[in-house]
Design a protein around this ligand. Structure first.
Ligand SMILES: *Cc1c(COP(=O)(O)O)cnc(C)c1O
Length: 340
């Protein structure tokens, strides 16, 4: 790729920004009488969390074999998306490319920041339109792989990393359900790459709001200085650490979900009302049916809640893979409905 100049892509106010220096930045030891942060001296939950999430980053670093300096921890992936706009896109001036149908937050966050969105839709079989993407001038490009809501892993991302002149954000929220390797393996090669992951899906911690970005040390340093100082609570850091300490539990759950996904992929097409089940590399299936609105409403009356995506992909429901029992009930309700 061409000479990469990070500074030319960063908003000047962010490049120059002097970060807030917290009490925990100015003294980092564990021992002593702490009278430096105006905390309440009583109680067990009285102290501010580590602003740099050192223990969590170290554990993640060991597990993913990625240096600590290349890891950012956010208050969910939402915070990572928000920071990308803050750092790289001048409101009212710079643009971002999004490839619908995809995750809605890329666009909502752009709108919050008054950043113009260029839509380059995926092809009818949900692949990237590389030439169309490269024909636009933009600071950032959001690519979701495996993609939500289509479920497939996108091909040719590497070509974009080679050719796109701005920052490429590859959202890998569902990577642990996919047999192909993560783009984190390409970090040392592409200084314009940010890989997003999350504790919300395979790690079963959606309630804790812990998102991850992997990128060059320079980009991680920009994210670290731009984020709110105590962006991830001590409780949430603790929960993420606990989850990381039991990788076999995570692997077992992912296995069950993959087995269940295969069952649904096999059984759903047998139902007359199902027209098509799209191939999935994630923990959900995009399913085309005869009449998505009607079926969605019926399932709600049966207390089975799926996501009606017919506004973005015609007559499609997005069905998350549940427990074996939940999936059995789903299939039962669908076949009863067919027969009625
Ligand atoms: C679920 C999901 C996330 C996770 O978001 P969090 O804020 O980390 O919970 C990120 N990206 C996509 C595409 C998702 O579907």
């Amino acid at each position: 790729m061409k000479e990469f100049d990070l500074q030319s892509l960063v908003r000047p106010n962010i490049w120059e920004l002097k970060p807030y220096s917290s009490a925990r930045d100015e003294f980092t030891g564990d021992e002593g009488i702490f009278l430096d942060a105006n905390e309440n001296p009583f109680g067990r939950k009285n102290r501010y969390p580590d602003p740099h999430q050192r223990r969590l980053k170290k554990a993640l670093s060991e597990q993913r074999r990625i240096p600590v300096e290349n890891i950012f921890i956010g208050n969910g992936s939402d915070e990572v998306i928000d920071l990308v706009y803050r750092i790289f896109c001048e409101p009212g001036k710079d643009r971002a490319i999004i490839c619908p149908p995809t995750y809605g937050m890329y666009e909502v966050s752009a709108n919050i920041h008054n950043v113009e969105v260029v839509h380059v839709p995926l092809t009818p079989d949900f692949e990237l339109n590389i030439d169309a993407i490269l024909s636009h001038d933009a600071r950032c490009l959001f690519v979701c792989s495996p993609n939500n809501p289509s479920g497939n892993r996108l091909k040719n991302v590497e070509r974009l990393l080679e050719k796109f002149p701005g920052i490429v954000i590859v959202d890998e929220a569902y990577i642990d359900f996919c047999s192909e390797p993560s783009y984190t393996e390409r970090l040392s090669r592409y200084p314009n790459l940010i890989v997003m992951q999350t504790f919300s899906k395979a790690w079963a911690l959606a309630s804790a709001r812990v998102g991850i970005a992997y990128a060059s040390t320079a980009i991680i340093a920009l994210m670290d200085k731009t984020k709110p100082p105590y962006n991830v609570s001590a409780f949430n850091q603790e929960e993420a650490l606990k989850a990381l300490s039991k990788p076999e539990k995570q692997a077992y759950r992912v296995d069950v979900i993959l087995r269940e996904r295969a069952i649904l992929e096999n059984e759903l097409p047998k139902l007359p009302l199902v027209r098509r089940v799209y191939p999935s590399d994630a923990n959900f299936l995009l399913v085309e049916v005869d009449n998505a609105d009607k079926l969605y409403n019926h399932l709600v009356t049966r207390k089975v809640i799926v996501r009606n995506r017919s506004s973005v992909v015609r007559n499609c429901l997005r069905i998350t893979v549940g427990t074996p029992e939940e999936n059995r009930i789903l299939l039962e309700e669908l076949s009863n409905y067919t027969q009625s």
